[in-house]
Ligand binder design. Structure first.
Ligand SMILES: NC(=O)c1ccc[n+]([C@@H]2O[C@H](COP(=O)([O-])OP(=O)(O)OC[C@H]3O[C@@H](n4cnc5c(N)ncnc54)[C@H](OP(=O)(O)O)[C@@H]3O)[C@@H](O)[C@H]2O)c1
Length: 299
């Protein structure tokens, strides 16, 4: 095994805790939240077993954090709308060339960070699923696959190295030279599912019933041509199959946007629907369904 680097994870929420609980077994890891928090983390594995995992949970203001080695990479595990301000706070504490790994859904923060951050910005698209339980718990709701790349495919070695450490920690991770395509495909899925289930407060599987089924299909009918107009290659079986396969596979799930609405937290509406409306504007294309969807989705 290669010598272990130091990584920081910024954001002590669902995905931050999941990545921390796994990565702390293979590298030097600090999980950074907004408040001081106790260790160990309680990691509830998909098998149903619970493990107590010692994770260094800290804040950027904690002096002790700065006595350790500088991070070789910082994983950004904040929600999309919280990421820019989190990175601004981070900037005062790390070398400006430090590589970042964005875990955010949507396609909003990734191009902005790529333009503004001096160092490499890797982006991940992951189908791992997690939610928090109390102050120190994380439920690993479903195992998945994580793809890592960067928007201009300028950092393939770094992305492969990152995937290597994720694999060492037990994730299934790969470098993807076409991560932009993958991020937009996931955005299409999230746009067709999350706003509707959040608005109507239903589980994903209920989208198979009318009137929701028709609504999903109408949304996909607008998204497909729009993405192709942005140069995104359609999935082999088509946009409808891509979305409906996820709805079937996650039928019993409460999507994260619904969980945010139920908890009174801001949603990722801007990160998911904003890029589609911007694409429609660029292409001078009318998208009445997406405009209504944006308007009706809790922010
Ligand atoms: N959860 C999943 O299964 C999953 C799967 C795929 C992708 N994603 C994506 O991953 C990202 C994170 O999702 P999540 O579910 O982990 O969200 P989450 O549970 O809400 O966690 C986000 C965490 O970021 C913290 N945070 C906000 N601003 C911060 C700052 N300035 N400094 C440090 N920490 C800060 C929040 O702290 P407070 O509690 O103090 O607000 C919260 O603990 C999202 O973009 C989501 O779309 C999630």
């Amino acid at each position: 095994m290669r010598p272990s680097p130091t990584w920081w994870i910024l954001g002590d929420g669902a995905l931050g805790r999941l990545f921390a609980a796994r990565l702390t077994t293979t590298l030097s890891l600090h999980l950074i939240g907004r408040r001081a928090a106790a260790s160990p983390l309680r990691y509830h594995a998909p098998s149903g077993e619970t493990h107590e995992v010692d994770v260094a949970r800290t804040t950027l203001a904690t002096q002790a954090l700065h006595t350790y080695a500088r991070p070789a990479l910082v994983v950004l595990a904040t929600k999309s709308h919280a990421t820019l301000s989190a990175v601004e706070e981070l900037a005062a504490h790390v070398d400006p060339q430090t590589p970042l790994l964005s875990l955010q859904n949507g396609f909003s923060i990734q191009p902005r960070l790529t333009e503004t951050w001096a160092g490499p910005v890797l982006c991940a698209s992951t189908t791992e699923g997690a939610y928090v339980e109390g102050d120190a718990g994380v439920v690993h709701a479903g195992t998945g696959t994580t793809w890592v790349g960067d928007i201009h495919n300028a950092w393939p070695t770094l992305a492969r190295d990152c995937a290597y450490w994720l694999n060492q920690a037990g994730f299934s991770a790969y470098h993807d030279a076409a991560i932009v395509q993958r991020l937009w495909h996931k955005l299409a899925i999230n746009a067709a599912i999350n706003p509707l289930v959040a608005r109507y407060r239903i589980r994903n599987g209920q989208l198979r019933d009318q009137p929701f089924r028709r609504m999903v299909d109408t949304i996909i009918d607008e998204i497909g041509p729009l993405l192709e107009g942005e140069g995104i290659i359609p999935p082999p079986a088509g946009w409808h199959t891509l979305v409906w396969e996820v709805i079937v596979a996650t039928a019993n799930n409460r999507a994260s946007m619904l969980q945010d609405v139920l908890a009174g937290r801001p949603t990722e509406r801007e990160a998911i629907l904003g890029p589609l409306l911007a694409a429609a504007k660029r292409q001078r294309c009318s998208t009445p369904t997406l405009e209504t969807l944006y308007h009706d989705t809790p922010s």
